[in-house]
Design a protein around this ligand. Structure first.
Ligand code: PRP
Length: 212
Protein backbone atom coordinates (compact mmCIF):
# COMPACT_ATOMS: atom_id res chain seq x y z
CA UNK A 1 0.00 0.00 0.00
CA UNK A 2 1.24 3.50 -0.79
CA UNK A 3 2.63 5.48 2.12
CA UNK A 4 0.15 8.20 3.14
CA UNK A 5 1.25 11.81 2.89
CA UNK A 6 -0.69 14.82 4.12
CA UNK A 7 -0.39 18.40 2.87
CA UNK A 8 -1.68 21.19 5.14
CA UNK A 9 -3.33 23.88 3.04
CA UNK A 10 -4.31 27.29 4.38
CA UNK A 11 -7.97 28.31 4.36
CA UNK A 12 -8.97 31.26 2.23
CA UNK A 13 -7.41 33.17 -0.63
CA UNK A 14 -3.90 31.69 -0.49
CA UNK A 15 -5.29 28.17 -0.25
CA UNK A 16 -7.46 28.86 -3.31
CA UNK A 17 -4.46 30.22 -5.21
CA UNK A 18 -2.62 26.96 -4.48
CA UNK A 19 -5.24 24.83 -6.22
CA UNK A 20 -4.11 25.53 -9.83
CA UNK A 21 -0.53 24.81 -8.79
CA UNK A 22 -1.52 21.51 -7.19
CA UNK A 23 -3.61 20.67 -10.27
CA UNK A 24 -0.60 21.33 -12.50
CA UNK A 25 1.29 18.91 -10.26
CA UNK A 26 -1.46 16.35 -10.90
CA UNK A 27 -3.09 16.71 -7.47
CA UNK A 28 -6.84 17.34 -7.45
CA UNK A 29 -8.91 17.22 -4.25
CA UNK A 30 -11.92 14.90 -4.35
CA UNK A 31 -14.11 17.85 -3.29
CA UNK A 32 -13.53 21.53 -4.03
CA UNK A 33 -12.31 23.04 -0.72
CA UNK A 34 -14.01 26.33 -1.71
CA UNK A 35 -17.41 24.63 -1.41
CA UNK A 36 -16.73 21.91 1.11
CA UNK A 37 -16.72 22.21 4.87
CA UNK A 38 -14.66 19.07 5.23
CA UNK A 39 -11.29 19.57 6.86
CA UNK A 40 -9.72 16.39 5.50
CA UNK A 41 -9.95 15.87 1.76
CA UNK A 42 -8.76 12.91 -0.24
CA UNK A 43 -7.21 13.52 -3.64
CA UNK A 44 -6.97 11.72 -6.97
CA UNK A 45 -3.38 10.81 -6.05
CA UNK A 46 -3.03 7.52 -4.18
CA UNK A 47 -2.10 7.99 -0.53
CA UNK A 48 -2.21 11.79 -0.65
CA UNK A 49 -4.64 13.86 1.36
CA UNK A 50 -5.12 17.51 2.17
CA UNK A 51 -6.03 19.05 5.50
CA UNK A 52 -7.50 22.56 5.59
CA UNK A 53 -6.24 24.72 8.46
CA UNK A 54 -5.78 28.37 9.41
CA UNK A 55 -2.68 29.77 7.66
CA UNK A 56 -1.11 30.61 11.02
CA UNK A 57 -1.52 26.98 12.15
CA UNK A 58 0.13 25.36 9.11
CA UNK A 59 3.69 25.36 10.60
CA UNK A 60 2.37 23.81 13.83
CA UNK A 61 0.80 20.87 11.99
CA UNK A 62 3.97 20.37 9.95
CA UNK A 63 6.38 20.82 12.88
CA UNK A 64 4.59 18.08 14.81
CA UNK A 65 4.32 15.78 11.80
CA UNK A 66 0.50 15.84 11.68
CA UNK A 67 1.10 16.86 8.07
CA UNK A 68 4.32 15.99 6.26
CA UNK A 69 4.04 19.05 4.03
CA UNK A 70 2.31 22.40 4.12
CA UNK A 71 1.84 25.68 2.32
CA UNK A 72 1.96 28.96 4.18
CA UNK A 73 3.29 32.52 4.05
CA UNK A 74 6.87 33.40 4.88
CA UNK A 75 5.42 35.84 7.44
CA UNK A 76 3.74 32.97 9.28
CA UNK A 77 6.94 30.91 9.14
CA UNK A 78 9.07 33.76 10.45
CA UNK A 79 6.64 34.32 13.28
CA UNK A 80 6.53 30.59 14.11
CA UNK A 81 10.33 30.30 14.05
CA UNK A 82 10.53 27.32 11.67
CA UNK A 83 11.63 24.72 14.23
CA UNK A 84 11.58 21.19 12.76
CA UNK A 85 10.67 22.51 9.32
CA UNK A 86 12.42 22.71 5.94
CA UNK A 87 11.37 25.29 3.39
CA UNK A 88 12.32 23.81 0.02
CA UNK A 89 10.24 25.94 -2.37
CA UNK A 90 9.15 29.52 -2.84
CA UNK A 91 5.74 29.17 -4.52
CA UNK A 92 5.69 32.87 -5.47
CA UNK A 93 2.04 33.08 -4.41
CA UNK A 94 0.74 36.23 -2.66
CA UNK A 95 4.00 38.21 -2.81
CA UNK A 96 4.23 41.25 -0.55
CA UNK A 97 6.55 42.87 1.99
CA UNK A 98 6.65 42.99 5.76
CA UNK A 99 7.20 46.63 6.67
CA UNK A 100 7.32 49.05 9.54
CA UNK A 101 4.88 51.90 8.87
CA UNK A 102 3.85 55.03 10.67
CA UNK A 103 1.85 58.25 10.31
CA UNK A 104 2.95 60.71 7.66
CA UNK A 105 2.47 63.56 10.11
CA UNK A 106 3.90 61.79 13.17
CA UNK A 107 5.79 63.94 15.67
CA UNK A 108 9.13 62.51 16.87
CA UNK A 109 8.62 59.78 19.44
CA UNK A 110 9.84 60.47 22.95
CA UNK A 111 10.65 57.47 25.10
CA UNK A 112 10.09 53.90 24.06
CA UNK A 113 8.52 53.29 20.65
CA UNK A 114 5.15 51.54 20.77
CA UNK A 115 4.67 49.11 17.88
CA UNK A 116 1.34 47.42 17.13
CA UNK A 117 1.42 44.16 15.20
CA UNK A 118 0.25 40.60 14.94
CA UNK A 119 3.89 39.67 14.22
CA UNK A 120 5.17 39.94 17.78
CA UNK A 121 8.23 37.68 17.37
CA UNK A 122 9.29 39.15 14.01
CA UNK A 123 8.95 42.66 15.43
CA UNK A 124 10.92 41.89 18.57
CA UNK A 125 13.72 40.30 16.49
CA UNK A 126 13.79 43.20 14.01
CA UNK A 127 14.22 45.86 16.68
CA UNK A 128 16.57 43.71 18.78
CA UNK A 129 18.90 43.50 15.75
CA UNK A 130 18.98 47.29 15.81
CA UNK A 131 19.65 47.25 19.55
CA UNK A 132 16.29 48.90 20.24
CA UNK A 133 13.88 47.95 22.98
CA UNK A 134 10.32 48.67 21.94
CA UNK A 135 6.93 48.13 23.49
CA UNK A 136 5.04 45.63 21.35
CA UNK A 137 1.25 45.73 21.33
CA UNK A 138 -0.34 42.54 20.02
CA UNK A 139 -3.25 42.95 17.62
CA UNK A 140 -5.08 40.43 15.44
CA UNK A 141 -5.93 42.67 12.46
CA UNK A 142 -6.62 46.22 11.24
CA UNK A 143 -3.17 47.24 12.47
CA UNK A 144 -3.39 50.45 10.38
CA UNK A 145 -5.85 51.83 12.89
CA UNK A 146 -3.47 51.75 15.85
CA UNK A 147 -1.37 54.87 15.04
CA UNK A 148 -4.51 56.83 14.11
CA UNK A 149 -6.09 56.47 17.52
CA UNK A 150 -2.93 56.80 19.60
CA UNK A 151 -2.56 53.12 20.45
CA UNK A 152 0.89 52.88 18.85
CA UNK A 153 3.59 54.95 17.12
CA UNK A 154 4.31 52.35 14.47
CA UNK A 155 2.87 49.18 13.00
CA UNK A 156 4.51 46.11 11.52
CA UNK A 157 2.29 44.65 8.83
CA UNK A 158 2.21 43.26 5.32
CA UNK A 159 2.18 45.76 2.46
CA UNK A 160 1.18 44.80 -1.06
CA UNK A 161 -0.08 47.72 -3.17
CA UNK A 162 0.34 50.18 -0.30
CA UNK A 163 -3.28 51.28 -0.73
CA UNK A 164 -4.29 50.42 2.83
CA UNK A 165 -1.44 52.48 4.27
CA UNK A 166 -2.23 55.39 1.95
CA UNK A 167 -5.95 55.31 2.69
CA UNK A 168 -5.12 55.70 6.38
CA UNK A 169 -2.48 58.42 6.12
CA UNK A 170 0.39 56.05 6.85
CA UNK A 171 3.66 55.52 5.02
CA UNK A 172 6.13 52.66 4.82
CA UNK A 173 9.26 53.38 6.87
CA UNK A 174 11.43 50.25 7.01
CA UNK A 175 11.55 47.00 5.07
CA UNK A 176 11.72 43.85 7.21
CA UNK A 177 11.34 41.00 4.72
CA UNK A 178 10.03 39.95 1.33
CA UNK A 179 7.09 37.62 1.80
CA UNK A 180 5.43 34.96 -0.37
CA UNK A 181 3.93 31.52 0.13
CA UNK A 182 6.34 28.66 0.74
CA UNK A 183 6.16 24.88 0.59
CA UNK A 184 7.30 23.51 3.92
CA UNK A 185 8.26 19.98 4.96
CA UNK A 186 8.56 18.22 8.30
CA UNK A 187 12.27 17.47 8.84
CA UNK A 188 11.70 13.95 10.16
CA UNK A 189 9.38 13.09 7.25
CA UNK A 190 12.06 14.28 4.84
CA UNK A 191 14.25 11.49 6.25
CA UNK A 192 11.69 8.77 6.97
CA UNK A 193 9.56 9.21 3.84
CA UNK A 194 12.35 10.57 1.71
CA UNK A 195 11.46 9.09 -1.69
CA UNK A 196 7.79 10.14 -1.61
CA UNK A 197 8.41 13.56 -0.17
CA UNK A 198 11.19 14.26 -2.68
CA UNK A 199 8.97 13.09 -5.52
CA UNK A 200 6.19 15.41 -4.40
CA UNK A 201 8.54 18.39 -4.11
CA UNK A 202 9.82 17.58 -7.60
CA UNK A 203 6.26 17.50 -9.00
CA UNK A 204 5.38 20.83 -7.39
CA UNK A 205 8.63 22.43 -8.57
CA UNK A 206 7.90 21.24 -12.13
CA UNK A 207 4.35 22.61 -11.86
CA UNK A 208 5.74 25.99 -10.75
CA UNK A 209 8.07 26.08 -13.76
CA UNK A 210 5.19 25.08 -16.04
CA UNK A 211 2.98 27.92 -14.74
CA UNK A 212 5.76 30.55 -14.69
C1 PRP B 1 -3.29 42.73 4.42
C2 PRP B 1 -2.40 43.55 5.33
C3 PRP B 1 -2.79 44.96 5.01
C4 PRP B 1 -3.22 44.86 3.56
C5 PRP B 1 -2.13 45.39 2.68
O1 PRP B 1 -4.49 42.51 5.05
O2 PRP B 1 -2.59 43.21 6.69
O3 PRP B 1 -3.85 45.39 5.81
O4 PRP B 1 -3.45 43.50 3.24
O5 PRP B 1 -2.48 45.35 1.32
P1 PRP B 1 -2.29 46.64 0.39
O6 PRP B 1 -0.88 47.16 0.61
O7 PRP B 1 -2.48 46.10 -1.01
O8 PRP B 1 -3.32 47.64 0.76
P2 PRP B 1 -5.55 41.44 4.53
O9 PRP B 1 -6.55 42.12 3.68
O10 PRP B 1 -4.83 40.29 3.90
O11 PRP B 1 -6.28 40.98 5.86
P3 PRP B 1 -5.73 40.74 7.35
O12 PRP B 1 -5.86 42.07 8.05
O13 PRP B 1 -6.65 39.71 7.87
O14 PRP B 1 -4.31 40.28 7.26
Amino acid sequence: MAEVLTIALPKGRVGEECLPLLAAAGIVPEEDPRNSRKLILGTNAAGLKLIIVRAADVPTYVQHGAAELGITGKDVLMEHGGEGIYEPLDLRIAPCRMMVAGRKDAPPVEGRLRVATKYVNCTRRFYAQQGKQVEIIKLYGSMELAPLVGLADRIVDLVDTGNTLKANGLMPLEHIADISSRLIVNKAAMKMKHARVKELIKLIRAALDKLA
